[in-house]
Design a protein around this ligand. Structure first.
Ligand code: UT7
Length: 322
């Protein structure tokens, strides 16, 4: 038994913030941002618009594409680092709003790998017979925890959400998923504020904001993604040439290009949204997947390689016959 993707959906807030807008906030330039990251613009949630709102719109679109009623959903796994509340989970808030009350619902916090982690967990539950219709979401409002005076981070992130509906299938489906973490890298990418540390800004007095050693993260990300791509293909018993589409986490175009090169894939076979979305953390992979499906590029029967890397560090992949 496999889990197959029955439908995809996504949502971006309507407000667009360009690099030129950011030039008015911090000492940066469109030239620097675009040449170092590939980003031209990002979307930003409106005041009062939450991660749960973004997740709801993405989930509704995925349910519609799958032809599945919310009441049929028996599992919701939602990847996010920016939940609406400390508790209940954003998955529980989403469940009630959709009218899927009673089913299992929980969040997964794996930073930018959140969606691929959620997909791995839901895949195991569908394959194990514990779910017949699973909703998997990646949703974030990262712009809510940025320091808008810090040019090294505020230009990188955006808000957005994507979702898929999984159902059992005798044919693949999700062929394999790989999930990894190494908490030894916490200091390179984190937000120092939390409940149990007493809501204090941390020893470096940093406040509620993303702290990142960008170039260190970059180097580990490239090496780690190189490794996980090989590991995933080996587990699936597949060769690089059998991958039809790379659907990577959208943090930096240069990281994406390095992974594509490792796979021997031309950039025409890589789904890129970072130019328009920025880094939407858990939202990035399902947003890219939905865009690729709706544009007609990704077709049924093709092999998709999804990968992500984020704070933790966490890294994860999924090889899918769509
Ligand atoms: O999604 C989770 C995982 N996250 C990632 O994968 C992000 C990985 N890291 C990156 O994408 C890149 O490291 C960044 C885009 C964050 C930075 O690019 P970089 O080429 O590694 O630049 P850098 O951090 O080494 O900084 C180079 C210079 C510095 O100036 P000096 O020290 O050389 O004078 C920075 O102060 O660029 C400066 N700089 C900026 N200049 C203009 C940093 N941010 C900016 C900015 N505008 N926004």
């Amino acid at each position: 038994m496999y889990a197959r993707i029955a439908g995809t959906g996504s949502y971006l807030p309507s407000r667009v913030v360009s690099n030129a807008d950011l030039e008015r906030l911090v000492d940066t330039s469109d030239e620097w941002i675009h040449s170092r990251t590939g980003i031209r613009q990002r979307h930003m949630a409106a005041e009062g618009e939450t991660t749960g709102d973004l997740a709801f719109h993405a989930a509704t679109a995925a349910l519609q594409a799958a032809g599945v009623e919310a009441a049929e959903i028996d599992l919701i796994v939602l990847g996010t680092t920016t939940p609406d509340l400390i508790f209940p989970s954003t998955a529980c808030l989403l469940q009630h709003r959709l009218g899927a009350n009673g089913c299992a619902a929980f969040d997964v916090n794996a930073a930018c790998s959140g969606f691929v982690y959620a997909l791995g967990v839901a895949n195991a539950m569908v394959r194990g017979g514990q779910s017949k219709k699973a909703l998997v979401v990646g949703a974030e409002t990262l712009t809510r925890m940025l320091d808008w005076g810090d040019r090294s981070t505020c230009v990188l992130f955006g808000d957005g959400a994507g979702a898929v509906v999984l159902e059992p299938s005798e044919e693949p489906g999700i062929i394999t998923t790989k999930l990894h973490a190494d908490g030894g890298y916490k200091h390179l990418l984190y937000n120092p504020v939390g409940v149990s540390v007493g809501f204090k800004p941390g020893e470096d007095n940093a406040g509620v904001r993303v702290l990142m050693s960008g170039s260190e993260v970059f180097k580990v990300a490239v090496k780690t993604l190189d490794r996980i791509v090989g590991e995933t293909l080996e587990a699936a018993g597949m060769h690089e040439s059998q991958v039809d589409w790379l659907i990577p986490h959208q943090a930096n175009l240069r990281i994406i290009e390095a992974t594509a090169k490792r796979l021997g894939l031309p950039m025409e076979r890589v789904i890129v949204t970072v130019d328009r979305h920025g880094n939407t953390s858990s939202g990035s992979v399902p947003l890219a997947l939905d865009e690729a499906v709706r544009s007609g590029r990704v077709q049924r029967g093709q092999n998709l390689l999804l990968e992500a890397f984020g704070g933790g560090f966490t890294w994860a992949s999924a090889l899918i016959r769509y």
